[in-house]
Design a protein around this ligand. Structure first.
Ligand SMILES: Nc1nc2c(c(=O)[nH]1)N[C@H]1C(S)=C(S)[C@@H](COP(=O)(O)OP(=O)(O)OC[C@H]3O[C@@H](n4cnc5c(=O)[nH]c(N)nc54)[C@H](O)[C@@H]3O)O[C@H]1N2
Ligand SMILES: Nc1nc2c(c(=O)[nH]1)N[C@H]1C(S)=C(S)[C@@H](COP(=O)(O)OP(=O)(O)OC[C@H]3O[C@@H](n4cnc5c(=O)[nH]c(N)nc54)[C@H](O)[C@@H]3O)O[C@H]1N2
Ligand code: SF4
Ligand SMILES: [Mo]
Length: 740
């Protein structure tokens, strides 16, 4: 193809790493190539194989370009007006007859990467006012948010390891070389982790699988799934017992140090070792090396969250960081200071109201609310169980709960029984095939991008904005869709005045972000921007680096970011205590009462008999992203990857052979998958990746159907949740295997 091309720069929207891309476009706006942006201030040219999937996604003929409405049982194309009329016709009577809670919501992972959804999602949710809000958070990081809220007073006040300066990194239940980092925005995690070793530091990985990250580390320990809290208690106990605790300057900011010292003394390494499968002597050595390191950080992620003791494990990570003096210290675990939208930078710093949980509970199981949402493991029963408040309709936004949530077989059957389903989604997939109306969003290249959420967790303070690159004449940006939905939910009908609603949203935010300034004046300064760009400009300018509308002329604004296509580097992380705190005490709460109370469960688990049964864990794959990128041919080509990993000893015992097939059975369900025998997994543990199991009738994902795989969440048990966070237990599921 001859002809002139141009190169535009933008942030990859697919995962938390926020890599800079150089997108080469033809004169006709076709994507010619996608490479890493070598000048990106944060990623410096790094990308992973998923980035090139952006071209395939942009061009994917299966990606929806028009709304679909179910007519006579078939999903058929409709105009946007027809689709909104249908939503009003079907949804409004359910709301008026059965009340707000009769409509449930499920928000999926891509919402976290979507500027429209981050800014306008709360608007339509407020208009809906249902208590039945569910999201991917309760199959993911909710335990970490709950522990962070208890300790630091806000749910996104999650300390991140200062990867570029630490000298000792202990990683539990995370595989950043494949996932590219989570609750740790860190493009090129591999390079940054290698950097630790190159400067003479040490990396230790704790995982029931020998992952790519483990292979890059100095040391790897297999751990029995679900026992990270046990291990961390053993480490903490050693630190206190051997007098290695050294909070130093931090001590004045800590509350509850003596209490955690006493609690830890009951769980020394010798007590917890049999549960974890890691020897007591090794636990002690890890504790000594961690405490002895000049600068160290403990980092834990999804393997420690989606398990039986997720909130305890999440808490103990930060307790250890604190008592070793590594919390809020260079090279330790630090708080990012984001340029926009950060709760812990807003208003008066140093103390606050904290967060309260359990303000309401789920109707059937009585599971407490966290941050305004209920555990998605409860969704099926809320649909199935008759009575006042029964869920009769569902709105999914960028989510695929039919694959991604526990006992998804039961959930899918429940979804089929609903009176109305609206999916705001770009595919007809396992979930949206049950919808009555599907509203698509545009290609990622046709919308502006700014990582409002993920920059709050970055290992460096950065800001990078990408404008829409190629206009999409057919598909409106999602914020317009959300505001039209808001109109319906507010009883204004299907033809709401989107611009008037947007003005209202912007004025409200202006009042909140710039409380001391006249709203009309602030609004005038934001002219002529509209939609997410107006709100983002406002948040950037009001934020900690902002121009404050003239008060700080050199400060940040969207104008500045527009002139910086490779991003703006705001420097390395800096200590933020006590300003970052929003706890009522104004201290870091080391021993919050609900967490202390949950230790009883941990103690009780020590007596549990381990009778040689197998347990299932998941795993992420480099060229896959949860359930939704399997329709992109460049990412799925090659050998089938949805296999069950089995240790050779277990394979021998069970008569399983490499390349053969196994039937995997749990309380919730069963699947049959190809076997891969590998000593990269702990004996007694098997692993199946999640997000597979495609090809169901009615789906319109032709490539994914050719690479179907199996749905591991048919095996996960929806009846067991972690009590403090409501998080699903997706790792450590008891299973039985037999040759198929
Ligand atoms: N067993 C097991 N289960 C797991 C996990 C695990 O480790 N093990 N991990 C869990 C985790 S961490 C997560 S985050 C969840 C993810 O689970 P979900 O969030 O439920 O699902 P995804 O697979 O991310 O699906 C994303 C959906 O968004 C749609 N989509 C993509 N881009 C856009 C867009 O720009 N606009 C709109 N409107 N739609 C879009 C896709 O078509 C797809 O339907 O899965 C969880 N489930
Ligand atoms: N390529 C790719 N990247 C992704 C995604 C993807 O699907 N594909 N998904 C994105 C999403 S939504 C998220 S949330 C992040 C998650 O990012 P990570 O948290 O890094 O996720 P995983 O790679 O699944 O790593 C979890 C590890 O925990 C281990 N594990 C399981 N159970 C236990 C346990 O009980 N204890 C311990 N210590 N370890 C355990 C597993 O073996 C696995 O290696 O990744 C994001 N990035
Ligand atoms: S690591 Fe994540 S952000 Fe970076 S290129 Fe890959 S998918 Fe995109
Ligand atoms: Mo996730």
């Amino acid at each position: 193809m001859a002809g002139a091309t141009r190169t535009e720069f933008r942030t990859c929207p697919f995962c938390e790493a926020t890599c800079g891309l150089a997108v080469e476009l033809s004169a006709k706006d076709e994507v010619v190539s996608i490479r890493g942006d070598a000048d990106d201030v944060f990623s410096k040219g790094f990308i992973c194989p998923k980035a090139t999937g952006l071209k395939a996604l942009h061009e994917d003929p299966d990606r929806l370009r028009a709304p679909l409405v179910r007519r006579d049982g078939e999903l058929v194309e409709a105009t946007w007006d027809e689709a909104f009329e249908e939503i009003d016709r079907r949804l409004s009577p359910i709301l008026s007859e059965h009340g707000r809670n009769s409509v449930a919501v499920y928000l999926g992972n891509p919402n976290a990467h979507n500027l429209s959804a981050l800014l306008y999602g709360p608007v339509w949710l407020r208009a809906l006012a249902s208590r039945n809000v569910f999201s991917a958070s309760t199959v993911d990081q909710m335990p970490k948010q709950v522990s962070a809220a208890h300790m630091f007073g806000a749910g996104l006040s999650v300390p991140v390891p200062d990867l570029d300066r630490t000298m000792y990194l202990l990683v539990l239940g995370a595989n950043p070389l494949v996932s590219n980092g989570s609750l740790m925005t860190s493009p090129d995690s591999r390079g940054r982790i290698r950097g630790i070793r190159e400067r003479g530091g040490k990396v230790v990985v704790v995982d029931p699988r020998r992952t790519r990250t483990a292979e890059e580390a100095d040391e790897h320990h297999f751990i029995r799934p679900g026992t990270d809290a046990h291990l961390l208690m053993g480490i903490l106990a050693t630190i206190f017992e051997e007098g290695l605790d050294a909070p130093g300057a931090l001590e004045g900011h800590l509350e509850g140090l003596d209490e955690v010292r006493a609690l830890a003394s009951a769980l020394p390494p010798e007590e917890v070792a049999p549960a974890c499968g890691i020897e007591a002597g090794e636990i002690r050595r890890i504790a000594r090396e961690l405490a002895g390191a000049e600068r160290a950080a403990v980092y834990a992620r999804i393997g420690t969250c989606t398990q039986e003791f997720g909130t305890l494990a999440s808490w103990l990570v930060d307790v250890i960081n604190a008592v070793t003096g590594n919390l809020d210290r260079e090279g330790g675990a630090m708080f990012t200071r984001a340029a926009a939208g950060q709760r812990n930078s807003a208003g008066e710093g140093g103390r606050g109201k904290g967060v309260s949980f359990g303000r309401w509970a789920s109707r059937v199981r009585g599971a407490p609310e966290t941050f305004g949402e209920l555990p998605v493991a409860c969704l099926a029963e809320e649909i199935e169980t008759p009575g006042d408040g029964q869920v009769r309709a569902l709105v999914t936004v960028a989510g695929n709960p039919a694959l991604s949530t526990p006992n998804s077989g039961r959930l899918e059957r429940a979804i089929e029984s609903l009176d109305f389903v609206l999916s705001i989604d770009i595919y007809v997939n396992e979930t949206s095939r049950h919808a009555d109306v599907i509203l698509p969003g545009p290609s990622p290249l046709a919308k502006p991008h700014y990582d409002l959420a993920l920059y709050q967790l970055a290992v460096r303070n950065v800001a990078n904005y990408s404008p829409a690159l190629v206009p999409d004449a057919e598909v409106p940006e999602e914020w317009r869709t959300f505001l039209r939905l808001t109109g319906i939910l507010a009883g204004q009908g299907p033809a709401a005045d989107v611009d008037a609603l947007d003005d209202f949203v912007a004025r409200t935010l202006a009042g909140r972000e710039m409380p001391d300034r006249d709203v009309d004046e602030v609004m005038a300064e934001l002219e002529p921007r509209r939609g997410p760009e107006r709100l983002l400009d406002l948040m950037l300018r009001a934020g900690p680096y902002g121009d404050r509308f003239g008060e700080r002329p050199d400060g940040l604004s969207l104008d500045v970011l527009e002139q910086s296509p490779h991003g703006v580097d705001l420097g390395p992380l800096e200590p933020r205590l006590p300003d970052v705190l929003r706890t009522p005490s104004g201290k870091v709460e080391l021993a919050p009462e609900p967490l202390v109370a949950d230790l009883e469960r941990l103690h009780a688990s020590l007596d549990r008999r381990r009778n040689g049964g197998l347990v299932l864990v998941g795993r992420r794959q480099l060229r896959s992203n949860n359930s939704w990128m399997h329709n992109l041919r460049p990412l799925v080509k090659g050998k089938e990857s949805c296999t069950v990993h089995v240790h050779p000893d277990d394979a021998d015992r069970l008569g399983l052979v490499d390349g053969g097939r196994a039937r995997v059975v749990s309380r919730a369900g069963e699947v049959e998958a190809p076997v891969e025998v590998t000593d990269g997994i702990m004996p007694g543990v098997v692993s199946i990746p999640h997000g597979w199991g495609h090809g169901a009738p009615g789906m319109r994902m032709s490539v994914a159907a050719e690479h179907a795989g199996v749905n591991s969440n048919l095996l996960a048990d929806e009846t067991e949740i972690e009590p403090l966070s409501g998080n699903a237990i997706l790792n450590g599921i008891p299973v039985e295997l037999a040759p198929a």
